[in-house]
Design a protein around this ligand. Structure first.
Ligand SMILES: Cc1ncc(COP(=O)(O)O)c(C=O)c1O
Length: 388
């Protein structure tokens, strides 16, 4: 690749752009993780995270990627052979299903077309049919990062309640937390799974579980083997601000700063900013005469937009060209939609002009790649953004 001047455009849906403030906060000497300063840091962070998850429950943090947090949610709540209801909304839902299978759980995996979220009606029907209460948990991905489709968590909770079913409700918010409205307590979620590198604006390396009282009670009798992921050891040491093993100290400095940034902007404004930038992106896609992967407007994601390439055009070749010519990384199509879609990440530390640059790069890329499109998508987005 030729020398690239200027700033790289990191427009994948995570890891996202890390704000300079967060980078600076992390560029400090690592301190003793058994000393008083560290203990204050952890207690402050755990309180701050509760506000972001909207919970009075328990938050635990692992030095891990999101996949670790998936595993933690399962091994702490379930026993070998337990049945879990999951939904094929896309690549990440499929990967979480695979984790469950490898752990020895029985998964009822409801097939999907990768263009819709979890159907609350199907949840209700499946749970109502389960008269023997064999299903111990329902596991869904709030925002499917491979498709740009967001499932309606509050409605799914209501569906579980209508069925009167006691299953635990496990939700992956890896690409929605701190970008899209999410309410762990109000929506009756038992375990929320998250990680650091998306809406929390940090580098990869922290996995999170937020735990309801019901999930904590379930963990006392859950028998899947666990050691590193064991909530009990973590919660007990966290009480005094410590960890059962060596934590990711410098990422925690970054997390404290990221929480400050979120608090300064205010979560509602964060959500509104993401919603507005997502709407501008969709207007651009429509003006280009290209197709959104997400089919249901009620399920549009605010954090990324997946766009179908016109037939005969390879999304990965297009992404390669955009990277080489414009120094911009776009998300690739994953799993079943590989080569067929590209994804525009518009989350985290992101604003109007960054989106304008992103859309310009795309539009120039379409022209260079010979992709059939109508001009003016970028303009449609600017008109929308400046009209408010
Ligand atoms: C929705 C979702 N779940 C899970 C994961 C897996 O997280 P990680 O790659 O940090 O293990 C990702 C990663 O992008 C994701 O987007």
């Amino acid at each position: 690749m030729d020398f690239q001047s200027g700033r790289h455009f990191l427009q994948i849906p995570g890891p996202t752009n890390v704000p300079d403030r967060v980078l600076r906060a992390m560029a400090r000497p690592t301190i003793d993780h058994r000393g008083p300063e560290f203990s204050r840091l952890v207690r402050e962070i755990l309180e701050g995270l509760k506000q972001v998850f909207k919970t009075t429950g328990t938050v635990v943090l692992y030095p891990s990627s999101g996949t670790g947090a998936w595993e933690a949610a399962l091994v702490n709540t379930l026993s070998p052979g337990d049945k879990i209801l999951m939904f094929e909304t896309g690549h990440f839902a499929t990967m979480w299903r695979n984790v469950a299978l490898r752990l020895g759980l029985e998964v009822d995996f409801v097939p999907g077309d990768w263009r819709h979220g979890v159907s609350p009606e199907t949840v209700e029907a499946k749970l109502s049919e389960d008269r023997g209460r064999a299903i111990k948990a329902v596991g869904i991905v709030h925002n499917e990062t491979s498709t740009g489709v967001a499932s309606r968590v509050a409605e799914i909770r209501k569906a579980i309640d209508r069925a009167g079913h006691p299953a635990l409700f496990l939700v992956d918010t890896i690409s929605s937390l701190a970008s899209m409205d999410y309410r762990h307590d109000e929506w009756g979620v038992d375990v929320t799974v998250c990680c650091s590198q998306k809406g929390l604006m940090l580098p990869p390396g922290l996995g999170l579980n937020t735990i309801s009282g019901k999930a904590l009670a379930a963990s006392k009798s859950a028998r899947l083997p666990r050691s590193y992921w064991d909530w009990e050891a973590m919660i007990n040491t966290n009480k005094s601000g410590f960890f059962p093993y060596t934590p990711a100290t410098n990422l925690l400095y970054g997390l404290r700063e990221a929480l400050n940034i979120l608090q300064e902007e205010g979560l509602d404004r964060v959500f509104a900013r993401h919603g507005r930038l997502a709407e501008a992106t969709r207007r651009a896609v429509r003006a280009w005469n290209l197709e959104l992967l997400c089919l249901n407007p009620q399920e549009y994601s605010s954090t990324l937009t997946a766009v179908l390439m016109p037939p005969g055009h390879d999304a990965d070749a297009f992404r390669k060209l955009v990277l080489e010519k414009f120094n911009m990384s776009l998300g690739n199509g994953l799993g079943k939609v590989q080569g067929k879609v590209f994804r525009i990440g518009h989350l985290g530390d992101f604003n109007d002009l960054m989106l304008a640059g992103t859309l310009s790069g795309l539009e120039m890329g379409f022209a260079l790649a010979g992709v059939p499109f109508s001009k003016g998508g970028g303009l449609a987005a600017l008109v929308y953004l400046s009209g408010r």
